[in-house]
Design a protein around this ligand. Structure first.
Ligand code: SAM
Length: 331
């Protein structure tokens, strides 16, 4: 895809309704031959609007109208370019736990969680957040309400159980794990949240606080090269769950195929939460028509079977698949 098409699609498909600033910036890039030339000089995998705009903001370009944005970006381009080349899109969205939870809660407990592409590992704490599914009663950890309440609009027979999973082992794998105790790593994560999304930023801070109390074990490496060894260390008396969200888009077709084959071969269960275009890679299910084709959407799948459409940041769940069996542990 041409860079101008990538930015056009980003403006109308991802940023519209979510970030007026990013929508305006992306439309500005589409109209600006000089900016397109600068971006086209980057390696293909580094041209993502998300990465370019976050690097600009990290370098001090504030959320401002597109003309001022352009001037500031060009003035700081050497620094922004360096950031783009050295950093990755590692948006860590704890809100996605709300999408994973119905599947996790229904598995035989306790769980051993292994997240590939974990970033800072904030999705490894599904048992520590509070949840608000539609207008159902609050769902809280055993020790009372968490400071982080994940809200998720629901549609269809979403199987929300009244208990949270019991996690006895949590490990992540990432090409570049971010450290919740390092302020510069966390500043990058914060910058990856889009300008107007204040509630996402607050949720991120609260999730970082939770993770800092018991920092996750994160393995530095490629998921395909490390997953089998890391999985072999999971306690045998727990249900192993390999999961991932917003990761497979960063892999080549061969690497995706290799990962899917490995995930299917491991003991336990495999949960995937990836963008709709990747659904044929992670599931064999024929999907119902998406509710709104103009909006970006994720597909939630368990063991190669799609069960729901999910909002990209965990903000919604539309269940169309099998409802999981009751958990072994009684609520
Ligand atoms: C967009 S972030 C998603 C983070 C997290 N899964 C979430 O949903 O909040 C994608 C993460 O995948 C990691 N990643 C990409 N390719 C990888 C690979 N081959 N092996 C391990 N991690 C990878 C990136 O470094 C990044 O942290």
């Amino acid at each position: 895809m041409q860079t101008s098409d990538i930015y056009k699609r980003f403006a109308s498909f991802e940023a519209r309704g979510e970030s007026p600033c990013y929508e305006e910036w992306a439309e500005g890039v589409v109209r600006d031959a000089d900016l397109l030339t600068l971006i086209d000089e980057l390696p293909v995998c580094k041209r993502q609007p998300n990465l370019v705009f976050a690097a600009a903001r990290y370098a001090g370009v504030s959320a401002q109208p597109v003309d001022e944005f352009r001037t500031a970006l060009v003035a700081r381009w050497p620094q922004v370019r360096e950031l783009i080349l050295t950093k990755r899109t590692q948006t860590n969205e704890p809100g996605r736990c709300a999408v994973l939870l119905p599947l996790l809660s229904a598995l035989p407990q306790p769980l051993a969680l292994l997240e590939v592409g974990a970033s800072a590992g904030l999705c490894l704490y599904p048992d520590k957040f509070s949840y608000q599914y539609g207008d159902l009663p609050h769902l809280d950890p055993a020790r009372g309400r968490s400071a982080t309440v994940l809200s998720c609009a629901i549609d269809g027979p979403v199987p929300v159980l009244r208990t949270l999973p019991e996690v006895i082992w949590r490990v992540g794998i990432d090409l570049n794990p971010l450290d919740v105790t390092q302020s510069e790593d966390m500043r990058w994560l914060e910058t990856l949240v889009w300008p107007e999304q204040e509630s996402r930023r607050q949720r991120l801070h609260a999730a970082i606080d939770i993770a800092r109390r018991d920092p996750p074990q994160l393995i530095n490496g490629d998921l395909n090269e490390t997953i089998v060894t890391v999985a072999s260390h999971a306690p045998s008396d727990a249900t192993l769950v390999v999961f991932h969200s917003a990761v497979l888009a960063y892999l080549s077709a061969d690497a995706r195929a290799q990962f899917v084959a490995t995930a299917k071969s491991l003991r336990g269960h495999w949960i995937s939460n990836e963008g709709l275009p990747l659904a044929p890679i992670v599931s064999t299910t024929v999907l119902p028509p998406p509710p709104d084709p103009t909006k970006a959407l994720f597909v939630l799948a368990k063991d190669g079977e799609a069960v729901a459409y999910a909002g990209p940041h965990g903000q919604s769940l539309l269940w169309f698949g099998k409802v999981p069996d009751r958990p072994i542990r009684d609520p």
